[in-house]
Each structure stands twice: as structure tokens, then as C-alpha cells.
Design a protein around this ligand. Structure first.
Ligand SMILES: [Zn+2]
Length: 302
């Protein structure tokens, strides 16, 4: 029984610009997949000049579509929600074409240092070359001709994840933190469950009810949806605790029991998600393990 109502709209018209809010256009890149849904959304924002929220993947076709959508209007800023390649890969080509300044919360960084002998399973998706020209933090406002956005620090999916609230609109660009088509991936060491839960609470403390995510369609009644996401993770946490009480000891056993209907392609991500919960539960003293929580570790109730 699903505890969240996902919204999975039809495939977009790749290459076209869709006006999804007043003075906001969406261009979806053709990089569909199990983690990207129909592809990565880039947004053009503004009534005068443009800011682009997330350049998208390294794709000449996508860059051409963004430049076509911008037309004769200047692109002055490129805002980055987080440093995964499906969001930042096109940065170099876009900067070259527009001269825009890049803005984000700094280069890619894990949520915690790697343990001895641990390999980062997500290295392939991180953009280790991106450094924003303008580094911003929570509460900073970036403005151009006809637009202004406020940065909201939303770590969890990545440590440097930002959402952007569009001033004088009831609207947040939520990146991969909150998406309507699926829950986000919270996978150590890049992601952290405690950060993610706090970042959901950050959004709930605000009044915006419309979100435009990094993948999939617009989210309406966003605060109720964020509450459902929070409940979903709490239910997952309760399921993990129940399975540990029943005798499960490893991440593999927990995934087999809890993610029974998950396709093979997503089992690795499921394991990392369970690890993210275990890290949080160990930090809170509810679960015990030898040394730092690891994928191959043995777990029990504390
Ligand atoms: Zn993404």
C-alpha cells in the first residue's frame, strides 16, 4: 500500500520550453533513466534577463534548447541546486555561450569523511570539477533584472544541496530534495538521513505551496506532500527497527525484507538508503554496530 501519492506526468516535449509558472520556463533534457525520470529539468527564470536554475547534463542538444528558449534575452546567472553531473554537466558550454556567472553552495563534498577502506559508490554521478564563481549559503539572496531568489540550504541528497525560493512568487525550485515522481536518494557518504529530515522540516517551516523539482512535473499542495515524504521515511525507519528486532542483521537482509518489490536496478540504491537510516539510528543510539556503520556491517538493536 503506497503511503505517498506520486505524480508521474507524461514524457515532455524534449527541446521545447514550457511555461510552468509566471516568468518561469522549463526545458527538460533527454537523459531519462531510473534515477532521472524523463530527464533533468532546467528552468529559465525572469521577466528581464534570465537566471537558469540547473544547466542540466553535458548535452549539446540540451544547451541548444536552453539558448533557443532564452532567445535575445541575456542569461546573467546560472544557479546550481547540487553538484551531480545530470545537473551541472552543461555548465561549461552554457557559460561559454552566455558569459553568465555560476552560483552554488561550493564544490561537491561528501556529508562525512570516507571510512578507511570505503569507496564512494556514487563517485560516477558527482561533478568533481564544478566550483561556483559565486558561493552562497542559506538565506543569501541573488537578484538580476526582473527576478530575485533566496537560497535555502537543504542538505541530505548531497551536502551542498540548495533549494531556491523565487521572491514574490509562491514558488520553490526544490532540486532533487523534493520531487513529485519519486522520493530522493539519500545515500552515504554524499547524503545523510538526519540532514535530509531536517531539510524537509526547513521547507515545512516556510509558506510556499508550489515546487518545481529537478525531475518530473510541478508539485502543488507541496507542504502536505513534504509531510508525506517525512512520514514515509519514518515508516521506513520503523520497518528497519522491526526487522532488526525480528533478527535481521545485515543491510542485505533488510533490503530483501523491506524492498521486496523494488526492481533489480534500484537494489543498490535501496541498500544505500538503508545504510543512511542505520547511520542515523546508530548516531541516535537506537542501533549498535562494530565501528562506523558500513554496507557490510552487522547490526542489532542497542
Ligand atoms: Zn538529479
Amino acid at each position: 500500500m503506497p503511503d505517498i501519492e506520486f505524480e508521474r506526468e507524461a514524457a515532455p516535449d524534449y527541446g521545447g520550453a514550457v511555461e510552468v509558472a509566471r516568468a518561469v520556463w522549463r526545458v527538460t533534457a533527454r537523459n531519462p533513466g531510473p534515477f532521472t525520470f524523463h530527464g533533468t529539468n532546467s528552468y529559465l527564470v525572469g521577466e528581464g534577463s534570465f537566471a537558469i536554475v540547473d544547466p542540466g547534463p553535458d548535452s549539446p542538444e540540451h544547451v541548444a534548447a536552453l539558448l533557443r528558449a532564452a532567445g535575445n534575452r541575456k542569461v546573467t546567472h546560472i544557479l546550481v541546486t547540487h553538484t551531480h553531473l545530470d545537473h551541472t554537466g552543461a555548465t561549461g558550454q552554457l557559460v561559454e555561450a552566455t558569459g553568465a556567472v555560476t552560483v552554488g553552495a561550493g564544490p561537491h563534498r561528501p556529508a562525512r569523511p570516507l571510512h578507511t577502506g570505503e569507496a564512494n559508490p556514487l563517485d560516477a554521478s558527482a561533478d568533481m570539477h564544478f566550483t561556483p564563481q559565486l558561493t552562497i549559503a542559506d538565506g543569501d539572496v541573488v537578484a538580476g533584472d526582473g527576478w530575485a531568489v533566496e537560497a535555502i540550504a537543504t542538505p541530505g541528497h548531497t551536502a551542498n544541496h540548495l533549494a531556491f525560493a523565487l521572491n514574490r512568487h509562491d514558488l520553490i525550485f526544490s532540486g532533487d530534495h523534493v520531487m513529485g515522481w519519486s522520493t530522493t536518494i539519500v545515500a552515504p557518504p554524499d547524503g545523510a538521513m538526519a540532514d535530509y529530515m531536517r531539510s524537509l522540516d526547513r521547507l515545512l517551516a516556510r509558506s510556499e505551496e508550489h515546487y518545481l523539482p529537478g525531475h518530473g512535473g510541478p508539485i502543488v499542495a507541496a507542504r502536505a506532500y513534504v509531510r508525506a515524504l517525512r512520514n514515509h521515511r519514518r515508516m521506513r525507519e520503523a520497518a528497519i527497527l522491526a526487522r532488526l528486532a525480528a533478527g535481521d542483521r545485515s543491510v542485505t537482509m533488510l533490503v530483501d525484507a523491506i524492498y521486496r518489490d523494488t526492481p533489480r536496478a534500484l537494489q543498490g540504491a535501496a541498500g544505500l538508503s538503508v545504510l543512511a537510516h542505520l547511520e542515523d539510528l546508530v548516531a541516535r543510539g537506537s542501533v549498535a554496530t562494530e565501528g562506523p556503520p558500513r554496507l557490510e556491517g552487522t547490526y542489532r538493536l542497542a
